[in-house]
Design a protein around this ligand. Structure first.
Ligand code: KG4
Ligand code: ZN
Length: 344
């Protein structure tokens, strides 16, 4: 069984994993930098790079020891080449090259988005079922694909401005809630009764599969500014009580989820596809999972989510995605460079 070591340093998590045969996760170590970025309300690229440099060696060592293997047991080394922060990507790429060169192992360059697409299938008993509709919904991307086979993903729609996760983070910042915004907004929204505020679900009526979340973020900011006369996030804790805060969060979250669910189901129906797979940090959200499952059930569709540990950034999905590249002998050279805006 080929063992692939995967490395992901695309954003603010340093991660390394060992995956057997493209399906069985033997280890998946994620060192989060959330605490280092929290006071800035978002990821600071310079800090992310330095933290990756500090962490990469022990994270790789731990991934090998958790998997009970050594570098001698590996069949290949896989690494995220993009998209992501250039300096952050380069730390993982440098480490992967060093291992590949010193052990004479094939080097596999993986698109981070392919990792998110295949992440729901890295669970025992969950088989690939092509074609499936994939919704990648993360801090950097909100994209809809029809996955036809491994390595063949048709991009059908994407966000025209902010990603859904980015909107969660920006709204959380405006509400003085902290970073990352997704889990905090989820938790506050879950306390709200049915009486949540109503915000518009952008582009929901448009006959296409694109998204836009920057207007929704502005709608929340306008509500704070014009309805509540709040001009700075510093005023929020004194001016907005827990009840209203929960209703704002629930209304915002509902508006995001309505458009995600409607467009994904519409795409599945138009292509006659019966399996939906979600990936990316926002897919960790329990309310999204519940609403998606209920909507899918009504139309007889099957929806698959990654476990929460595989929703947010991780290297298991990189090692998992690398397997079909290994089979096809699609290898990178030691001149591999980071591609920050790599598309898929
Ligand atoms: O996939 P990910 O870890 O990194 C990227 O590739 O971007 O996604 C991070 C994003 C952040 O914007 C974060 O706020 C969001 O995922 N997120 C969530 C939740 N957990 C993380 N959004 C909504 N609900 C959550 N529970
Ligand atoms: Zn990601």
């Amino acid at each position: 069984m080929p063992l692939i070591l995967g490395i992901d340093t695309s954003c603010d998590d340093t991660s390394c994993a060992v995956v057997s045969n493209g399906e069985k996760i033997l280890s998946n170590v994620v060192s989060s930098q959330t605490a280092d970025h929290a006071e800035y309300g978002g990821v600071v690229p310079e800090i992310a790079c330095r933290k990756h440099v500090e962490n990469i060696i022990w994270v790789i060592r731990k991934a090998l020891s958790d998997a009970g293997c050594t570098l001698d047991d590996l069949s290949a080394v896989a690494v995220t080449r993009g998209p992501g922060l250039v300096g952050a990507l380069l730390v993982g790429i440098g480490a992967a090259k060093a291992i590949a060169y010193s052990r004479d192992l094939p080097l596999i360059a993986v698109n981070h988005l392919e990792g998110h697409i295949i992440s729901p299938f890295l669970v025992s008993g969950v088989e690939y079922h092509f074609p499936f509709v994939s919704l990648v919904v993360s801090g950097g991307h909100t994209s809809l694909y029809v996955a036809k086979q491994l390595g063949e993903y048709e991009l059908v729609g994407r966000t025209l401005d902010d990603a859904a996760g980015e909107a969660f983070d920006k709204v959380a910042k405006a509400l003085s809630l902290g970073y990352p915004g997704g889990p905090i907004i989820e938790s506050l929204a879950s306390q709200s009764d049915d009486d949540c505020l109503t915000f518009p679900s952008p582009m929901i009526k448009q006959d296409n599969y694109d998204f836009s979340f920057s207007g929704l973020k502005t709608a929340v900011l306008n509500y704070l500014r014009f309805d509540l006369q709040i001009t700075s996030s510093d005023e929020v804790p004194d001016r907005i009580g827990p009840d209203l805060l929960e209703r704002i969060c629930a209304g915002f979250q509902r508006a995001v989820f309505q458009v995600l669910i409607q467009k994904t189901l519409r795409l599945a129906a138009s292509r006659g596809v019966f399996v939906l797979a979600l990936g990316g940090g926002v897919s960790a959200n329990g309310a999204l999972r519940k609403a998606f499952s209920e909507a899918a059930q009504k139309t007889g569709l099957r929806v698959i989510f990654p476990p929460k540990s595989l929703s947010t950034d991780n290297a298991a999905m990189i090692a998992g995605a690398a397997f079909h590249h290994l089979e096809k002998r699609q290898f990178a050279g030691l001149d591999l460079d980071a591609t920050p805006n790599l598309a898929l």
